[in-house]
Design a protein around this ligand. Structure first.
Ligand code: IPE
Ligand code: IPE
Ligand code: MG
Length: 240
């Protein structure tokens, strides 16, 4: 726990989704290999998880590996797979003890059988935890998710006029969860990169130049403070 004195913003987003970007640039700026940036990114995740719990965020969704990231050099892809495995091996007990409910979003079948087993075990072990839900988007792509949902809807023989928002929600990886209120992207880019295309339709968007390994508790507070000042209109007129 830090000893900084802060007054938390009065309105805390229930569901925060983070595009953890900039690990490679963080490493490059230090003359380190990209994978060192990914390791630093994992260290940072621990910090942000702690802060999220402290602030009362109930759902945290993190973009860790996209369906497009397979196109990176083989060694980097392998490194990222190893990192997920190591995180589960080393952190699962602590996450469980802290009441974190782990969920995976993305195409799990694309991972190695060993990694699939570990992910499933972690999800299963923590399924009744209620302090915070951590959705790990790994081998996740928003388009892939929507295609998969449509395929399943067709397979289930759902009549066309029964297809609505609620039904689509039910077929997504995030079924049963509220949409993100705030999407944060680190490292300055102004794009979604195939993240939560359906779910983020009315999320507030926050982009900061800070690289992910440097995005600390104070930076998260800045993002929340920015969110607090927004007026969410959802297509309506301003509230009187
Ligand atoms: C984000 O950092 C992590 C992943 C996409 C896996 P990057 O690796 O994209 O870092 P930059 O964007 O090259 O700096
Ligand atoms: C988005 O970052 C994916 C993750 C953070 C896992 P990328 O670095 O892959 O996205 P682009 O290439 O800048 O769009
Ligand atoms: Mg990037």
């Amino acid at each position: 726990m830090t000893d900084e004195v802060v007054t938390l913003p009065e309105r805390i987003p229930h569901h925060v989704a983070i595009i953890m970007d900039g690990n490679g640039r963080w490493a490059k700026a230090r003359g380190l290999p990209r994978i060192a940036g990914h390791r630093a990114g994992v260290e940072n995740l621990r910090r942000i998880l702690r802060a999220s719990s402290e602030f009362g965020i109930k759902i945290l969704t993190i973009y860790a590996f996209s369906t497009e990231n397979w196109g990176r050099p083989e060694a980097e892809v392998r490194g990222l797979m190893n990192i997920l495995e190591t995180v589960i091996d080393r952190e699962l007990d602590q996450l469980h003890a802290n009441g974190v409910q782990l969920r995976h979003i993305g195409e799990i079948e694309g991972l190695s059988p060993m990694l699939q087993r570990k992910v499933r075990k972690a999800v299963d072990l923590t399924r009744n935890n209620a302090q915070l839900i951590l959705n790990i988007a790994f081998n996740y792509g928003g388009r892939q998710e929507i295609i998969r949902a449509i395929q399943q809807i067709v397979r289930d023989g759902i009549p066309a006029d029964e297809i609505d928002d609620t039904l689509i929600d039910y077929y997504l990886y995030t079924a049963g969860q509220p949409d993100p209120d705030l999407v944060v992207r680190t490292a300055g880019e102004m794009r979604l990169s195939n993240f939560l295309l359906w779910q983020a339709s009315y999320a507030e968007y926050y982009s900061t130049p800070v690289y992910w390994p440097d995005f600390d508790r104070e930076e998260l507070l800045k993002a929340i403070a920015s969110f607090t000042q927004r007026e969410r209109r959802f297509g309506l007129v301003p509230q009187p």
